[in-house]
Design a protein. Structure first.
Length: 373
């Protein structure tokens, strides 16, 4: 039977122990994403869909509402329940990833989505990422194996199948993000630097081979050529995005005055930072970057005070993934990186990305709660 007093005590305990500043930053980033979705997608909805101008905003709002519910649920769980349930959720999300080559939906030449009867179209890798971090951190902190290299080998058994399925889609951007997150985890676990850089070089050579010699990845060659030599063809999407940032100047053109949404498809997902810069100016972009850096700094402070190696590794992996994804997204937009199709955590439109970020944020909030003595 439902007990109001029990529920109130549990909620009060959650509120008392949660890091309220981290919670505020997460809510702020989601709110900013919702606001920019409102001002940047209304024209797209009316022009392309000939429908309610708030179509994308309403969808974005629904996903953020679901995301915040998931975030609170994950932050509310007992720590052991969180870690144990995450292993089950990793298996479920990985199985969904394995289904993509067989029953996936192809969009613009890539098969990365599932469209199940009871679940709208979603991208399984987004749900693999948060639980992948917990799995690798759990392996690297095992006490059963004293030899750290055995742990690295076991973590490889986790990452290799994921990368193989991502390459088959193909999705080099997410593959790179997963590999870099894994490298950040093994780096902080105390790996020998010679072994680490040898491993990094091997991964770089494998990716180079795939891009140069496998026909399936010819599109990446085209993007790289366009990145290094824009005169070799039409202007790349990233060059149009960087132009939009320049045109926005310091304070922007004003709400609804940007042109990027009409020049690049899906600008509100992969190029949201350029949309923001064009309409609101580089000042707002710098403010957003500062929020991300403050968020990362606060999590690193918690890591420094944490005694449990597994929790440390999970937090390092979580904040590394968010920062790496943010860096790649902004790097593509300002044209210091080739186009990868990477969303900006918290702010970009896209249900899978929002829910994945919510899970990751819930895990961070759970593991940074004040410990009861």
């Amino acid at each position: 039977m439902f007990s109001f007093n029990k529920f109130f005590n549990e909620y009060y305990g959650w509120w008392k122990n949660i890091d309220k500043f981290l919670l505020f930053l997460i809510f702020l980033l989601f709110f900013l994403g919702l606001f920019f979705s409102l001002v940047s997608t209304s024209i797209i909805a009316s022009d392309k869909l000939n429908t309610n101008t708030y179509y994308f905003f309403i969808k974005h709002f629904i996903f953020i509402f679901l995301g915040l519910a998931i975030l609170i649920t994950f932050s509310f769980l007992d720590q052991n329940k969180l870690l144990n349930s995450s292993k089950i959720l990793f298996i479920i999300s990985f199985i969904m990833l394995t289904l993509v080559p067989f029953i996936g939906v192809e969009v613009k030449g890539s098969m990365r989505w599932l469209d199940l009867p009871v679940v709208p179209k979603f991208q399984p890798i987004e749900f693999v990422k948060p639980f992948f971090i917990i799995m690798v951190a759990s392996i690297l902190s095992l006490n059963n194996y004293k030899n750290i290299y055995i742990k690295y080998f076991l973590s490889l058994l986790i990452i290799i199948p994921i990368i193989l399925f991502l390459i088959s889609q193909p999705d080099i951007g997410q593959s790179l993000l997963i590999v870099l997150t894994w490298l950040s985890l093994i780096f902080v676990s105390g790996i020998n630097l010679f072994f680490f850089f040898s491993l990094f070089s091997l991964i770089f050579l494998i990716l180079t081979y795939l891009i140069v010699f496998i026909p399936k990845f010819e599109y990446i060659q085209i993007r790289l050529l366009s990145f290094f030599d824009p005169s070799s063809g039409d202007k790349s999407q990233s060059e149009k995005a960087s132009e939009a940032i320049s045109n926005g100047g310091f304070f922007g053109k004003g709400i609804g005055e940007g042109q990027l949404n009409s020049r690049i498809p899906e600008a509100h997902t992969d190029f949201i930072i350029s949309v923001i810069a064009e309409e609101f100016g580089i000042v707002i972009v710098i403010a957003i970057m500062l929020i991300f850096l403050i968020f990362a700094y606060k999590v690193l402070q918690k890591i420094y005070m944490e005694q449990d190696n597994k929790i440390k590794l999970i937090l390092v992996g979580s904040i590394s993934l968010i920062l790496l994804q943010t860096f790649i997204h902004i790097g593509v937009n300002i044209r210091i990186l080739p186009t990868t199709g990477m969303t900006l955590p918290f702010l970009s439109y896209g249900g899978s990305s929002i829910l994945s970020t919510s899970i990751l944020s819930g895990i961070i909030l759970n593991l940074t709660k004040r410990k009861l003595v």
